[in-house]
Write a protein that binds this ligand. Structure first.
Ligand SMILES: Cc1cc2nc3c(=O)[nH]c(=O)nc-3n(C[C@H](O)[C@H](O)[C@H](O)COP(=O)(O)O)c2cc1C
Length: 339
């Protein structure tokens, strides 16, 4: 049997296979990005440039221009943790240009912000620096009890509209799973022009350091076999497949070819890797690709497209498996409903 065709389409781009690297610290280094390409990544997403970084830089510049160098140190005190970002916005653009110069695969830049404001203009600079697409990461922790869900979602849609109005490259929106009605938001973003949705971002909660007796921020990685992480995108991609116009990218808990296959079957266009590469090295991509090919050959699939969406809610005989009845069935001992 011939080698199966692994190609897929994401955000209107033809990709050689469905393995994409999502935003993570390895992407700060061009050498590592080239290693990802060599190991078989079909595209890479660069780590995010944050709204706070852009706003901080423009505030610093404003203050510097209006008050001179003498007051500059004072200006910095208005911005907490001024050195927490590794790259300035300018350095980010340079990194993007270097990545583009070194790679043949598409390079997707990432902007991370939640409020409609001047930082969005950076989307155009990112496009001008050569990005093939842009991922907009809407990461927000609402704590104000006076802020309604509707207001938050309206703001998200506005941010997307502004970004779409600034660039011609495709724009994907990366979301967390925590919305009252994710389907409704997905549809609104789709209608507002999102070229794809990335499901999901991993929320990073703070921790308590028992020695220092303080709250600390350290990232958690998803370990292999973390079913809960994997099943979130699996469930929601299965629900949204065929119901939105844009592409669907899976992110969270993807560590193996089996994980990739499950997500493709429920309708993912691409599957994204972060923790697995940070834990076990970039070369894991090559091993996952080889296992993917072996599985397809063994199960007589000639292409990835052939299995994409074959088990989403629009294809299965029991679509309610993705909904409340799945929960009822799962917690009541696996007995099929109605028996
Ligand atoms: C240390 C670390 C840094 C990350 N940085 C970003 C980022 O800059 N932008 C972004 O959109 N996602 C970022 N992510 C989220 C990942 O891209 C990914 O969506 C998430 O970790 C879930 O995938 P995983 O289970 O494969 O890690 C980061 C994740 C980790 C662990």
């Amino acid at each position: 049997m011939d080698t199966p065709d692994l190609s897929t389409t994401y955000l209107g781009m033809q990709l050689s296979n469905p393995l994409v690297v999502s935003a993570n610290p390895l992407g700060r280094d061009v050498e590592s990005l080239m290693q990802m390409q060599a190991a078989g990544a079909a595209a890479v997403v660069l780590p995010s440039l944050f709204e706070e970084q852009i706003s901080q830089e423009s505030h610093e510049l404003d203050f510097f221009l209006s008050h001179g160098t003498y007051s500059y140190a004072e200006a910095l005190t208005y911005f907490p943790e001024p050195h927490r970002f590794e790259l300035t916005p300018m350095q980010y653009l340079l990194h993007l240009q270097r990545a583009k110069a070194g790679l043949q695969i598409p390079v997707i830049a990432s902007l991370n912000g939640v409020s409609n404001g001047g930082w969005i203009e950076y989307a155009r600079s990112i496009e001008n620096a050569g990005a093939d697409a842009l991922e907009l990461n809407l990461y927000f922790i609402p704590t104000d009890p006076g802020l309604s869900s509707q207001a938050i979602e309206d703001e998200f849609v506005d941010v997307l509209r502004e970004v779409k109005a600034s660039v011609r490259i495709p724009v994907a929106v990366k979301l967390s799973p925590y919305f009252t009605n994710l389907s409704a938001l997905a549809h609104r973003l789709d209608q507002a022009g999102a070229d794809g949705l990335v499901l999901f971002n991993r929320f990073q909660q703070p921790d308590v350091d028992l020695e220092m007796l303080e709250i600390v921020s350290r990232p958690t990685l998803s370990p292999a076999g973390d079913e809960q992480s994997l099943r979130l995108p699996l469930c929601w991609i299965g629900i949204l497949d065929g119901r939105i116009r844009g592409s669907l990218a899976a992110s969270s808990g993807i560590h193996s070819a089996q994980d990739v296959l499950k997500l493709l079957m429920v309708g993912a266009d691409v599957t994204m890797f972060a923790s697995e590469l940070m834990l076990n090295g970039i070369d894991r991509l090559a091993a996952v690709r080889a296992e993917l090919v072996d599985w397809l050959v063994e199960h007589e699939y000639t292409s990835v497209r052939q299995l994409q969406g074959s088990l989403s809610q629009r294809s299965v005989t029991f679509p309610a498996a993705f909904e409340r009845s799945h929960y009822v069935r799962a917690v009541s001992g696996g007995v099929p409903l109605g028996t």
